[in-house]
Structure formats: structure tokens, C-alpha cells
Write a protein that binds this ligand. Structure first.
Ligand code: ZN
Length: 198
């Protein structure tokens, strides 16, 4: 039954394809967009296309950035011998917000999940191992404390151990299954300070 007409239906369908947006939210957003001033919609659409076009992966740490190197990797004042491994760019942002971490990062873009069929080759793990060829003193594994995060931490720990590089895991002050980005800065810092060697 075509209540709304093709264009609206198409818009609802596109919006419903985004993560976290169900059919109802998609309908609400679609009608909201249609009632917005045309210039505002154009600006939104333009920003989306620009972001998609300009944003790429940092060639060092693989976070999202508009330049060849992200601001953290480009900063010579940071400790480039300490790498914190996180699952997503959002996790990196959460640690950056604390303003207390002075090392650099490595963004895996996911975690190992046998259940979802995500293996070590599906995340940026090879790239991490390549970075360890240079002078690295410590790798801090700050993946989430979910099953996937723990699996990934264990896997990376085993991989790095033979290289002789110090490898640590952040303390489990982070609630189980908790996404790092939702955790307050004090908890993040405590988890970082309380890290233990693997
Ligand atoms: Zn970077």
C-alpha cells in the first residue's frame, strides 16, 4: 500500500537502513526533513557528502581524519612509543577528552567475534603488528570489556608477547559490555592507570 508516494517511501527506506534507526524513527525523521526549510536540508545533505568525501583513515593509527595523519599522530609532543589499541574512533575520542593520555593510538575498527564471523583479518590487526617494527615501548590494550573486546585483547596479547614489547590491559573498572564512549573520564583514567601487564 503506497500511502506516502514513492519519494517519501524511498527516504524512509534509506533512513531505516542507518544503524539504530527503526522504521518508526525513519518515518519521524522523513516527515521532519520534509517540513524543514529547503536550505537547511540542502546544507545537511551537502555536509554528509563532504564528510564522506573528505574523511579518510590516518595512515598511522587508522582513526578517521581529514589529513594524511590525524592530529595525534602528527603531534611530535606525543609519546610515539606508547600505543593504545581501541576498537573505534569514538573510543579514541573518549580517551582524548580526558586530556591525560600522552601516547598515540591504534584503531582496530571492530573486535574479533567468532559468533558474528569477524576474525583477526577483518580488523586492523596486521597494521598494528607492522607498527610494532619501529621503536615501541608499550602497547596498552583498551578494547571494551565485552566478550568480543576481551577475546580481542587476549588474541593481541598472545600475538605481541613474543616480540618482547610490554603489553598491558586496562583495568576492569569499565562496566562489562560498556562502550568506552559512554564512560565518564574519571573511570577511563582509573582504568588506564590501573592497567596490568599481560
Ligand atoms: Zn593517527
Amino acid at each position: 500500500m503506497d500511502l506516502y508516494g514513492g519519494t517519501i517511501n524511498k527516504l524512509i527506506e534509506e533512513l531505516a537502513g542507518l544503524p539504530g534507526i527503526g522504521n518508526k524513527s525513519a518515518q519521524r525523521l522523513a516527515f521532519h526533513l520534509i517540513n524543514m526549510p529547503k536550505e537547511k536540508v540542502e546544507r545537511l545533505a551537502k555536509t554528509m557528502v563532504e564528510a564522506r568525501t573528505n574523511v579518510r583513515y590516518c595512515k598511522e593509527c587508522f582513526t578517521l581524519t581529514e589529513h594524511e595523519l590525524c592530529p595525534v599522530c602528527a603531534n611530535q609532543g606525543r609519546d610515539h612509543g606508547t600505543i593504545m589499541v581501541v576498537e573505534t574512533t569514538r573510543d579514541l575520542a573518549a580517551y582524548e577528552k580526558t586530556g591525560k593520555y600522552t601516547g598515540v593510538y591504534h584503531v582496530l575498527h571492530g573486535a574479533i567475534s567468532p559468533m558474528l564471523g569477524i576474525g583477526p583479518n577483518d580488523i586492523r590487526l596486521k597494521e598494528l603488528m607492522q607498527r610494532l617494527q619501529s621503536d615501541i615501548q608499550e602497547v596498552i590494550i583498551a578494547t571494551n570489556s565485552s566478550l568480543e573486546g576481551e577475546t580481542t585483547a587476549m588474541y593481541i596479547g598472545k600475538l605481541i608477547k613474543p616480540t618482547g614489547i610490554k603489553v598491558t590491559r586496562i583495568a576492569s573498572g569499565v562496566p562489562v559490555g560498556g562502550d568506552l564512549e559512554y564512560i565518564d573520564e574519571v573511570t577511563l583514567l582509573r582504568a588506564l592507570e590501573g592497567r596490568t601487564e599481560l
